[in-house]
Design a protein around this ligand. Structure first.
Ligand code: PDD
Length: 286
């Protein structure tokens, strides 16, 4: 099926949607993005994604492409036009194009490029992968230092996924100065003696929208949380582990660098958090 996508004010068949070859997103990875999940045809944590988008744009001195209300309307219209029940809406804003290549930013009044498209993912909530749990490898984190800005510079995370795939695993956790930063496209956690451990927020990791919601729900469920640096060895010795992201919600981790966690199946806290998160998300979706 040909998708209807959004480009700079127009809803078009995906085959007819174009941006300039001089677009700074294409030439310089000069752009930011958001991924919002859709359950039951409704958007999960839309406000969180809009707030983070603004934060990314401000950090890079980029103009907002349109208002929050316009963004909501575009998201909803794409979900409707493409008949999405479970899936994702991808949004990208770049610094646009002034018709040439230059390291210096174009004039401040250069219009940004705004692109949105949907991805249909039936079975996103009732995911077989989440029932099995993910196998993780660790790799060095060699990304730039502003990982709190959600830029489209995703080459190294892509390479990390490929390294994991080559090793017969599902994903990679990145390690810097001996401590886990995050997964290639998710935040990382382990659970030991009932305490959930995850790296504190800083410029070294993305401030996950799912992370925020899951930690709030965990604390409401009286679970203990310790935000601190941790090593791969600590995670390997844990009772269980998991990741969070808008595209996979709470994903149990069952193996790290060949070491099985617990009994090698998704742990009870990860399963419970996934359940609570999905319930709450469906209840508050817009
Ligand atoms: N990735 N850390 C990284 C490096 C990420 O790329 C993501 C999200 C997260 C989790 O953030 P959130 O909970 O807001 O989705 C953490 C998205 C899903 C992606 O690139 O497709």
């Amino acid at each position: 099926m040909t998708r209807t996508v959004y480009v700079n004010g127009d809803y078009l068949p995906e085959t007819e949607a174009t941006v300039s070859i001089f677009d700074r997103g294409f030439l310089m990875a000069d752009g930011v993005y958001e991924v919002t999940s859709v359950l039951g045809g409704k958007l999960i944590d839309f406000e969180g994604h809009v707030v983070r988008l603004k934060r990314s744009l401000d950090a890079l001195d980029m103009a907002e492409p349109c208002s929050r209300d316009d963004l909501l309307e575009i998201h909803r219209k794409l979900v409707e036009l493409n008949g999405i029940d479970e899936g994702l809406v991808y949004l990208q804003v770049t610094r646009g194009s002034d018709g040439d290549r230059d390291f210096a930013f174009p004039a401040a009044d250069t219009p940004p490029t705004l692109v949105l498209f949907t991805q249909n993912k039936p079975g996103l909530a009732d995911s077989p992968a989440a029932k099995k749990g993910a196998k993780i490898i660790s790799i060095e984190d060699i990304r730039w230092g502003r990982r709190d800005i959600k830029t489209v510079q995703l080459l190294y995370p892509s390479m990390g996924k490929m390294m994991a795939k080559k090793a017969g695993c599902d994903d990679a956790w990145m390690v810097e100065d001996g401590h886990v930063t995050e997964g290639t496209s998710n935040n990382a956690y382990f659970v030991k003696d009932g305490v959930i451990v995850t790296r504190p927020l800083s410029t070294e990791i993305l401030h996950g929208i799912t992370r925020k919601a899951v930690l709030r729900l965990a604390s409401e469920a009286q679970l203990k949380i310790d935000e601190r640096l941790f090593t791969i060895e600590e995670a390997q010795a844990a009772d269980e582990a998991f990741t969070t992201s808008a595209s996979a919600f709470v994903m149990p981790v069952v193996e790290i660098d060949g070491v099985s966690l617990g009994d090698g199946t998704p742990g009870p806290i990860a399963r419970r958090l996934r359940e609570i998160y999905l319930e709450e998300s469906v209840r508050t979706a817009i």
